[in-house]
Write a protein that binds this ligand. Structure first.
Ligand code: NDP
Length: 444
């Protein structure tokens, strides 16, 4: 049996109830076979893959907090410090009832290669909790964040591990967590990114993941002689990534006609109104049912359905495995020609393969949504030099990073004889650098 297959089997046997983690490991290891097969003896000798798939450290802790009626609740907190070969652990904190160790491990594992692809010195990590922020008052959110950070602060630091936002963790939550970190540690450092602008946050961080997604999509289309202007796009999600992806798509002259949340989706033939979306989601923290009040021409539908609309480009920006094989078939039948993932692993393995087999340009999340973490690393740099760069400066660095990233994954795919396979290109390019650093640092 090949070394890769052995390790995939081992991961499944040792982590039986973590299907998302299996999926992420299988996808990465499958595509880095050319490197592994060519160096099998040395890699086996050094147990390189065993070290790659086992987190350096995983922390699980109790998070007790008190609600507005004085009742005590207990959630579980996680931080998986996966790989620090190329820099301090870096990755977001997810607050969602679906969070468990397997989800955090899949995200942390993906983060290793994503961070490597940015070209910046950041290792891979991820964390979060099964806490559900929906329907909680501001005080309850603060209570939870403070309790969460009271424990997490023991394990993080500006040169050790720098968490950021993710699903359910936006500027408000990062603010509360930063306040508690500072209070306990008495340190005003860049230990968290995604901070408010008045206390060390970076301009353009809020927009970065969505903008970065469009910069790489545009680079992809340019490389194939296609103009994004005038194209129709389906976006899923209505959170941070989706909102700014829609905004940048419109700035580039494309038209985004859908968005969604966990209960339903919107079709707006005139193009999604970003100001309305922001007011509904960021200010009112309400459901998408409200969108029709702003745009009477639009339609609201309960449940899933974003991928049934006829579009040129699909940008899944909500959550993992939200686009399955049936969705892929519908999109292809409707003439989609490019799919770029704003969310982490939103496309199932089967659907990814279907896109690739049908000649659809497909860029995986670890490359396409890397603009967020790249800009977080730029926030760390600004914090270290105690300076703030302008929006234009950060945005132009982000654009540069995403264009280079496209070139790197395209080049890696070509070097290994898999031209146009950006899944393989991203994994190979990301892995090359991590492998090099792990080899240089000995058996640790
Ligand atoms: P947000 O919490 O801001 O938004 C998430 C959106 O997805 C919401 O509209 C939410 O709906 C919807 N959603 C969440 N879970 C589900 C579900 N199970 N089914 C259907 N819809 C769901 O998160 P972000 O925009 O920050 O993150 C979106 C994705 O992008 C995630 O995969 C995240 O890991 C990834 N990502 C985020 C980065 C960032 O900088 N924020 C960076 C890189 C990747 P509702 O409003 O109903 O909750």
């Amino acid at each position: 049996m090949s070394y890769v297959d052995e390790i995939v089997d081992q991961v499944i046997a040792q982590n039986p109830s973590e299907p998302e983690f299996h999926q992420a490991v299988r996808e990465v290891l499958d595509t880095i076979r050319p490197i592994v097969d060519a160096n099998e003896q040395t890699l086996r000798r050094d147990a390189l893959l065993e070290r790659l798939v086992n987190p350096e450290r995983q922390i699980k802790f109790r998070v007790p907090w008190v609600d507005d009626n004085g009742n005590v609740h207990v959630n579980t907190g996680y931080r998986v410090q996966f790989n620090s070969a190329i820099g301090p652990y870096k990755g977001g904190l997810r607050l969602h009832p679906s969070v468990n160790l397997g989800i955090i491990k899949f995200l942390g594992f993906e983060q290793i290669f994503k961070n490597s692809l940015t070209g910046l010195p950041i290792g891979g990590g991820k964390g979060g909790s099964d806490f559900d922020p929906k329907g909680k008052s501001d005080r309850e959110i603060m209570n939870f964040c403070q309790s969460f950070m009271t424990e997490l602060c023991k394990y993080i630091g500006a040169d050790t591990d720098v968490p950021a936002g993710d699903i359910g963790t936006g500027a408000r939550e990062i603010g509360y967590m930063f306040g508690q970190y500072k209070r306990i540690k008495d340190l005003f450092t860049g230990t968290l990114t995604g901070k408010g602008l008045s206390f060390g946050g970076s301009l353009a961080r809020t927009e970065a993941t969505g903008y970065g997604l469009l910069y790489i999509t545009n680079a992809l289309l340019n490389a194939h002689g296609i103009d994004i202007a005038g194209k129709t796009i389906a976006v899923s999600g209505a959170g941070n990534v989706a909102t700014y992806a829609i905004q940048k798509a419109h700035q580039l002259g494309a038209k985004v006609v859908t968005c969604s949340d966990s209960t339903g989706w919107v079709y707006d033939p005139d193009g999604i109104d970003v100001d309305a979306l922001k007011e509904i989601k960021e200010v009112k923290r309400a459901r998408l049912t409200e969108y029709k009040n702003y745009r009477p021409n639009s339609e609201y539908h309960e449940g899933k359905g974003v991928w049934t609309v006829k579009v040129d480009i699909a940008l899944p920006c909500a959550t993992q495995n939200e686009l399955d094989i049936e969705d892929a078939k519908t999109l292809v039948a409707n003439g989609v020609f490019a799919v770029c993932e704003g969310a982490n692993m939103p496309t199932t393995e089967e659907a990814t393969k279907y896109f690739q087999d049908n000649g659809i340009y497909f860029i995986p999340g670890k490359a396409a949504n890397a603009g967020g973490v790249a800009t977080s690393a730029l926030e760390m740099s600004q914090n270290s030099e105690r300076l703030s760069w302008t929006f234009e400066e950060v945005d132009s660095k982000l654009k540069n990073i995403m264009e280079n990233l496209y070139k790197n994954i395209d080049d890696a795919a070509k070097r290994y004889g898999m031209e146009g396979n950006y899944v393989a290109g991203a994994n190979l390019a990301g892995f090359e650098k991590v492998l090099n650093a792990m080899n240089a640092q000995g058996i640790v």
